[in-house]
Design a protein around this ligand. Structure first.
Ligand SMILES: Cc1cc2nc3c(=O)[nH]c(=O)nc-3n(C[C@H](O)[C@H](O)[C@H](O)COP(=O)(O)OP(=O)(O)OC[C@H]3O[C@@H](n4cnc5c(N)ncnc54)[C@H](O)[C@@H]3O)c2cc1C
Length: 477
């Protein structure tokens, strides 16, 4: 019997698990996939928004602004890549300048620190590659770029290290009330809990409907991206937004924490789970992005991908207890959900406490994490690392200089990866120019060796994405 059962381990479920693990509670997280951070948390713009965009008075505005300093503190404590580079929302016309002024006023109402409207000269000083057509911009110094999946993983690992039970490959299929508690059926077994928090992202309406009257519907909308090689990474120093439209924050051009350039997203209704990309839509993104930065070298594109927004007909996050006592929704967490996740965790913890879940602080809570990133070490530190563990001397991913030592470390950390992309999300092997063409077979071998599994069983990413189909030499399977 768990005090709290969380459905879904994206950044929101992980933030809540992290917050709850600071208290003397029994908590479990059920995730339908074979890893954490594989839903919307895996594929987004990776921006810690400053919070000038959401409507004042909404939960979105409040939690976004509260969350920015909280998230930066979590990144510092849990060793998650985050760079404070600020954002610019650029105006290309007098109408845009009016929008910029409105956004400034909105931001001030939302409590966003340090906002400033800057002119052409200052804009060009900050962004030498900006279009000559740009007239001015809203400067938001508190915005940052972050590694979204590493934030999710770090919070989930810390929760697990502090006693939270995480069950992967556990899709919730049925929820029933039994007296004061809930019986939750999943693909991996049956669980019982006093409280349930639905953090199921684009599937949160389906999970809600398993136990409560349907009262919202997720309308999945995808956003497509270009990810350009590091040689294009310096085309932007800050996050460059265009003025937002009704449903999107416009096409952005931004460096990533890993040094690449990200360009996107657009916005179109799709079926839940449809992560395909479309040449026509990508062409549209290219043309729109060039309005901000005309000399983006799209020839250096190394990856296109799409992420799915949990859009609803309610223009705010849906967070609260349902008519079924003890069953809570944290749903419709569209952008700025990554930015707001840390504050959502605290908000939901407070809500549970107000409903009578006792929150006694744990004395033994461990709130730290350290990751060795070989390519960030000094020459002296590298030498010492290789002396202590020769596996740091074997480079597996040549594009990103990721060593065997780092891969083995991540396989033996809490929440080990079971797939090649799981390793990629943890240490960056396969994230470079060749996109894993060279290192994937070597990562597969290391995974099989360290997990004691047959190489034939190792998957590329989700369940069923096998790479090897049979032996060509030696013993036949
Ligand atoms: C194109 C795009 C760009 C964005 N850019 C930004 C940005 O720059 N900044 C920002 O702040 N926000 C951004 N967002 C929003 C942000 O990515 C999301 O708000 C956030 O990732 C949502 O996290 P989540 O945990 O709610 O959802 P998810 O990450 O989708 O997690 C939900 C989890 O629930 C699991 N699940 C579902 N059903 C079940 C079930 N039945 N049983 C068990 N598990 C289940 C899923 O497998 C999944 O892992 C963007 C979103 C998109 C799509």
């Amino acid at each position: 019997m768990f005090d709290v059962l969380i459905i879904g381990c994206g950044v929101v479920g992980a933030a809540l698990a992290y917050e709850l693990s600071k208290h003397e509670l029994s908590v479990c997280v059920l995730e339908k996939e074979n890893d954490v951070a594989v839903g919307t948390t895996k594929a987004n713009s990776a921006i810690l928004h400053s919070g000038y965009d959401p409507k004042p008075g909404t939960l979105m505005a409040r939690l976004n602004v509260e969350s920015v300093p909280l998230t930066k503190e979590i990144c510092r404590k849990l060793d998650v890549p985050c760079k404070n580079i600020g954002s610019l929302t650029v105006a290309f016309s007098e109408d845009d300048m009016e929008t910029v002024k409105r956004l400034y006023e909105r931001g001030v109402k939302n409590g966003v620190p340090g906002l400033e409207i800057i002119g052409q000269e200052e804009l060009r000083r900050k962004e030498p590659h900006i279009s000559p057509e740009a007239l001015g911009a809203l400067w938001a110094p508190s915005a940052a770029i972050i590694s979204p999946w590493e934030l999710c993983l770090a919070m989930a690992q810390t929760a697990v290290r502090n006693g939270t039970e995480l069950y992967l490959d556990s899709e919730v299929t049925e929820i029933k009330k039994k007296g004061e508690s809930f019986i939750v059926k999943t693909s991996s077994g049956v669980y019982e809990a006093r409280n349930i928090v639905n953090c199921a992202g684009v599937f949160s309406d389906k999970v809600h409907a398993m136990i409560a009257e349907p009262c919202f519907k997720i309308l999945p909308h995808s956003g497509e991206y270009f990810l350009l090689d590091k040689c294009e990474g310096d085309k932007a120093n800050t996050v460059i937004f265009q003025c937002p439209g009704e449903d999107t924050k416009g096409i952005l051009v931004s460096p990533t924490v890993h040094g690449n350039l990200i360009v996107g997203p657009d916005n179109a209704a799709v079926k839940a789970g449809d992560l395909s990309v479309d040449a026509k839509r990508l062409q549209g993104i290219k043309e729109t992005a060039r309005k901000s930065v005309p000399d983006i070298g799209f020839g250096e594109n190394i990856r296109n991908f799409a992420g799915i927004r949990a859009v609803t007909d309610i223009d705010d996050f849906i967070i609260g207890e349902t008519e079924v006592q003890g069953f809570y929704d944290v749903a419709g967490i569209k952008s700025p959900g990554l930015s707001a996740a840390a504050a959502i965790g605290v908000y939901v913890k407070n809500m549970l406490e107000a409903s009578g879940v006792p929150m006694r602080r744990k004395k033994s809570f461990v709130d730290e994490r350290h990751v060795t990133r070989f390519n960030e070490l000094t020459a002296e530190e590298k030498r010492e690392a290789v002396e202590k563990n020769p596996l740091y001397g074997r480079v597996i991913c040549r594009c990103e200089t990721v060593t065997e030592g780092e891969i083995v470390d991540c396989i033996h950390a809490p929440i080990p990866p079971c797939s090649i992309d799981g390793v990629k999300r943890r240490v960056g092997a396969g994230m470079g120019r060749c996109q894993g063409g060279f290192c994937s077979p070597r990562v597969l071998e290391i995974l099989a060796r360290e997990l004691g599994r047959d190489p034939m069983e190792i998957e590329k990413d989700k369940k069923g994405t096998y790479i090897l189909t049979g032996r060509t030499k030696g013993e036949q399977a």
